[in-house]
Design a protein around this ligand. Structure first.
Ligand code: GLY
Length: 253
């Protein structure tokens, strides 16, 4: 899919108060801003018009905008994030998307984080995780089914979100961690498997034929090199400290 737009949000000064399981220490806001600017520039270099929203006061995870919506070419599904502290992020993302798409909202008891949703062509893999429940997955699946999409729920046994572990790096090629390497739901796709010491690099982003990957993962870079795509490496250290990565930092459509 060719993307023309992306929505992003600058990290706020309170970003260290966000949810994290990482033991990598507190993020440095200045470094995070520099990394965010490089990220937004890379999206722009890939031919995408980038909207940059201001930090959302009181919501230290709000720059991980991907969790608040799932955007297809036909409709934007506004999520009900699984973490209580993140539910209030949703209205401002809905407002940002309304000029571009009709919106449909996931309602309780359904919960859904966009980070659990991988769209490949007209198919959605929907991770069932600590953030996304079966009801939320079904609401999303039913919302997109009317536009010709199919969907598969996939239990997420490792990592925060499904896309912490599995991402599309080509039309029929997925980059996966070893946990998902032989998962039957992914049969039919060519799979590139990241090595156990480079699992974080599974969160690589395909934008208009370019691969944006986290810096510092030479084995994965070498594996991706075989795809003959332009590779952009970005330092994501400050977002990694908050369990975030390249896909979470934007909504692309
Ligand atoms: N810090 C990202 C999240 O846990 O939602």
């Amino acid at each position: 899919m060719r993307y023309t737009h992306a929505i992003t949000r600058r990290p706020g000064k309170e970003m260290a108060a966000g949810i994290t399981t990482s033991m990598l220490g507190a993020p440095d806001h200045k470094n995070a801003m520099d990394q965010f600017d490089a990220y937004a520039k890379s999206l722009s270099d890939c031919g995408v018009s980038v909207t940059v929203l201001d930090p959302l006061e009181g919501y230290p995870d709000a720059h991980f905008v991907e969790d608040a919506a799932v955007v297809t070419p036909d409709v934007a599904i506004i999520t009900n994030p699984g973490a209580a502290s993140r539910k209030g992020e949703v209205p401002s993302i809905a407002s940002a998307l309304e000029p571009f798409r009709k919106t449909v909202w996931v309602r309780p008891p359904g919960t859904l984080d966009g980070g659990d949703v991988l769209m490949v062509g007209h198919h959605l893999f929907i991770g069932l995780s600590d953030r996304t429940n079966e009801n939320g997955a079904r609401q999303l699946g039913e919302a997109v089914a009317g536009f010709g999409y199919t969907w598969t729920p996939v239990p997420v046994a490792a990592g925060l979100h499904f896309k912490s572990s599995v991402n599309a790096v080509g039309n029929d090629t997925l980059l996966t961690t070893q946990t998902f390497a032989d998962h039957p739901a992914l049969a039919g796709f060519h799979r590139i498997v990241v090595s156990p010491q480079e699992e974080y690099a599974g969160n690589t982003l395909l934008v208009n034929g370019h691969l944006i990957m986290p810096a510092g993962f030479p084995d994965t870079r070498q594996k991706l090199h075989a795809l003959d795509k332009h590779i952009i490496e970005l330092d994501t250290s400050e977002f990694r400290k908050m369990d975030g990565g390249l896909t979470c930092l934007s909504l692309r459509f």
